[in-house]
Design a protein. Structure first.
Length: 125
């Protein structure tokens, strides 16, 4: 728990949140992801393709939701072409692996926080 306890719960919350964010931002998994992201962004052509592919995938989802079948199919096809170009790029492979690892870490932390909060809520009732 925090050593500088105050009577203001929001101050305790803000202090705990700042400490958590600081620790997470210094975790080796997060640092490795940030380094991979920086390398990818430095490779402007690859990064632009990655962004375009993500944008096309988002558009395709929207087209599917509004029943624009032909637009969905065309957008997905363009996205798949870009994806196949990117799948063999070492920088992309490294970036995606580190993204998955960082996401897994954050999911684990969120699950732990949720469990601890639920335990506290049940204990208080």
């Amino acid at each position: 728990m925090l050593s500088n306890h105050t009577d203001d719960p929001s101050a305790d919350y803000e202090q705990a949140l700042a400490a958590l964010l600081s620790q997470v931002s210094q975790h080796p998994t997060i640092l490795a992801f940030q380094a991979a992201e920086k390398r990818l962004k430095a490779a402007k052509a690859l990064y632009a393709l990655e962004v375009e592919m993500k944008d096309l995938a988002k558009q395709a989802v929207l087209f599917k939701k509004i029943d624009k079948v032909k637009a969905y199919q065309e957008t997905m096809a363009r996205s798949k072409v870009i994806e196949s170009q990117l799948n063999d790029a070492p920088l992309i492979i490294d970036y995606r692996r580190k993204l998955v690892a960082a996401n897994d870490l954050l999911q684990h932390l969120l699950q732990r926080l949720e469990s601890q909060i639920n335990e506290e809520l049940y204990r208080d009732n």
